[in-house]
Design a protein around this ligand. Sequence first.
Ligand code: C5P
Length: 212
Amino acid sequence: MIIAVDGPAASGKGTLAAGLGGHYGLPHLDTGLLYRAVGKAVAAFESTPEFEAEAIAAAQSIDLGDLHPELLASGEIGSLASKVAVIGEVRHALFAFQRDFALRPGGAVLDGRDIGTVICPDADVKLFIVAEARARMERRARQFEARGQIVDREALLSQIEERDARDRNNPNGRFFPASDAVLLDTTELDIEAALRAAVAIVDETMARKARP
Ligand code: C5P
């Protein structure tokens, strides 16, 4: 079974996708980490003419060993990720990696922005996670605070909204729900309730597809 989980920054899609992976015994790939790893690798080239070529080269040589969530979590790396994500050749270079992961025997859960539309248009179940920007900011702020960081909430909200806009208008990876995706609004849900709702959607979708 392949499960695609898409959604905007800090919507909880990564936590939900990991929870679904645990529930169904499927490996999970947070595809945002690929873009974050590329963004981090080319941070020194931001605002230079070499940025694009360096990002393409970094994307072409990425591997699973580069994906350390704890080193890639910052808002600044998230912004860099969204800047490399608009480069068509970066997306192209990361396509095969994601597709191979999805096609592992037994299936997988992938989360990102274009899983249900581009990477796995044939996924068995597609979830599209939404949550109000302020709720997403608050969740991210608490994650940073739990790590002992001091958070400027208004600056964090602007950063999230700026990233939303860049992702929404990405000419090489427009971000929108697949026509067969099921929307899940997590604004009012804690993680346990969101995971229960996601599992119910997966079970209902699979049961529906199994009917003659
Ligand atoms: O999901 P996360 O917030 O970690 O993603 C970081 C950035 O990577 C996103 O803002 C987006 O620009 C880019 N991304 C993407 N396609 C994906 C996953 C992430 O364009 N499948």
